[in-house]
Ligand binder design. Structure first.
Ligand code: CP
Ligand code: NVA
Length: 314
């Protein structure tokens, strides 16, 4: 059974195939008569809406679930919730506080699981980001991506995806907020030796794209003041964009905090492609679902028989 918990759960060829499917303007209704469960432990605008509309575009039926409603690990274990949802749904998408929750759901083996953002990874965002970069830059091999700011869930998936696309990558952030060594190993395993620096201008120098994300992610709110102080000097502003290649694009997964990680002149300026990214979330979601359908053929008998009466009639 194939899941998407981290972007490098896809082999490079599979990743390229998902991007091809993302560009398919006229997909078959491969989710006809299928449900897709979309469970959220955190808020969402883009992920929920793009996934719901992607499921509808493929003929399926999305069901939005607030995790508090099913009571994950309180009313019922994560494993029993996953097994239950698999009785009705072809796939389970989940946005979780702790990455281990999507791993536990996947370990049940009852339905393919898609990570809709965890504290560790945001693979659906990375698919849309690479689709956007390809639209903007054409072939990505050898092009330079600069990521400035917190080496968080979004950054991790983005940089691994960029490595899989054979891009050059530079990451700038203050000491203590960079990638752990396991992530750096994973980026290298994906084919890229990233430049890791504390200097945002060094990272942005000659870049084809500059990317940032919030300094305080969902679930880190108690650290907000400390992070605001730590990331001082890492705002992507016009002066930093001037270090990049002329015509370089600016990307941000959104939601953004203008005046913190990005200046309004950049995110609302001519180099910004944040709305193309947001739109690509839906196309990428559709492409990923199409790939998952092909990678996980439906079982012949999806569910146990309905109860029968004593004489065997239904
Ligand atoms: N970029 C992104 O995942 O946005 P949401 O948190 O609104 O889903
Ligand atoms: N890093 C951010 C991404 C939001 C889409 C967060 O986890 O809150």
């Amino acid at each position: 059974m194939r899941h998407l918990l981290e972007i490098d759960d896809l082999a490079p060829g599979e990743f390229a195939r998902v991007l091809e499917l993302t560009a398919d303007p006229d997909p078959e209704p491969v989710l006809a008569s299928c449900g897709v469960a979309l469970m959220f432990e955190k808020p969402s605008a883009r992920t929920r809406n793009s996934m719901e509309m992607a499921v509808v575009a493929l003929g399926g039926h999305p069901v939005y679930i607030q995790a508090a409603e099913v009571g994950l690990d309180e009313r019922e274990s994560v494993e029993d919730v996953a097994a239950t949802l698999a009785c009705y749904h072809r796939f389970i998408g989940a946005r979780v506080l702790d990455h281990s929750t999507v791993e536990r759901m996947a370990a049940v083996g009852a339905a393919p699981v898609v990570n809709l953002l965890s504290d560790r990874a945001h693979p659906m965002q990375a698919l849309a980001d690479l689709a956007t970069l390809a639209q903007e830059l054409g072939p990505l091999e050898g092009r330079k991506l600069a990521y400035v700011g917190d080496a968080n869930n979004t950054a991790r998936s983005l940089v691994i995806a960029a490595a899989m696309a054979r891009m050059e990558v530079a990451v700038a952030g203050p000491p203590g907020y960079g990638f752990d060594s396991a992530t750096v190993d994973r980026i290298r395993a994906a084919g890229c030796d990233p430049v890791l620096t504390a200097d945002p201008a060094e990272a942005a120098a000659g870049a084809d794209a500059v990317y940032t994300d919030v300094w305080t992610s969902m679930g880190q709110e108690t650290e907000a003041a400390r992070r605001l102080e730590a990331f001082e000097g890492y705002t992507v502003d016009g002066a930093l964009m001037a270090e990049a290649r002329p015509g370089a694009v600016f990307l941000h997964c959104l939601p953004a905090r203008r005046g913190e990680e990005v200046a309004a002149e950049v995110i609302d300026g001519p180099q910004s492609r944040v709305w193309a990214q947001a739109a690509n979330r839906m196309h990428a979601a559709r492409g990923l679902l199409m790939w998952l359908v092909a990678a996980n053929p439906a079982p012949a008998a999806a569910s146990p028989a309905a109860p029968t009466t004593e004489d065997g009639r239904r």
